[in-house]
Design a protein around this ligand. Sequence first.
Ligand code: ARG
Length: 282
Amino acid sequence: MTKFKKILAVVLAGAMLMAFAACGDKNSSSETESKNDTQSAATEAGDSATTDEPAGEPKYATAGKLTMATNASFPPYEYYENEQIIGIDAEVAALIADKLGVELEIKDMEFGSIIGAVQTGAVDIGMAGMTVTEDRLKTIDFTDSYATAVQVIIVKEDSEIASADDLEGKTVGVQENTTGDIYATDDLGEGNVKRYNKGNDAVAALASGVVDAVIIDNEPAKSFVAANDGLKILDTSYADEQYAIAVSKDNKGLTEAINKALSELKEDGSLDKIVEKYIPAE
Ligand code: ARG
């Protein structure tokens, strides 16, 4: 599907940008480059963090703290339990803060406000199951990816919608400003998309028949479907994505320090352990 190519191009662009952070030409990536190029670019990106010219010391909005913006209505990545924000992102961020020698502070906000908060330096990072996209890379940097995701389609159990093609002319619910919103609007047109503040509000609208389908990330989809009777996730996926942490373009030192921390957490199994805790193997 073209959607997949689109995503591959985005990931490729991300890898290229990271590899050639200082001198990269954003428009040079093309869909024709092979997968191997993507992989070697990604490997070089990983190495470059320690060999290239120093990016400087990490800067923090508040001294001694890693301030993280999120939107805590996105289980299992971030959600409330007993008035506390928990989830994969919250736990991974806590380990990163530990490694950086600072304290983690999480700020909950609308998903659409996160990038602006990172860009202006009001917060240090945005971590919210956030997908790397070419458009977002224009305003902020992303760290290396720490998770993969899939955009899926949720429908009622008795729905006649069986694939992405069947969405034509239907009304689709999405969380505002997410990639699900962007794809649905691109593919189906403004008039066929209803935007909600939270993913779960879109799912509630589906359950009550206000929308015909919801496009959202696979793991939150599973959790919302489990909490609502009569819904199912279609087998066909809508798009493949990479999650990464958003950092200001003026804070290369922080991006570099987080990438180092992330690679340690990947290597020593801590990242896998957190993921398994929240997403038990089926
Ligand atoms: N992965 C999607 C995106 O980046 C959705 C993320 C929504 N995250 C959240 N915490 N509500 O647009």
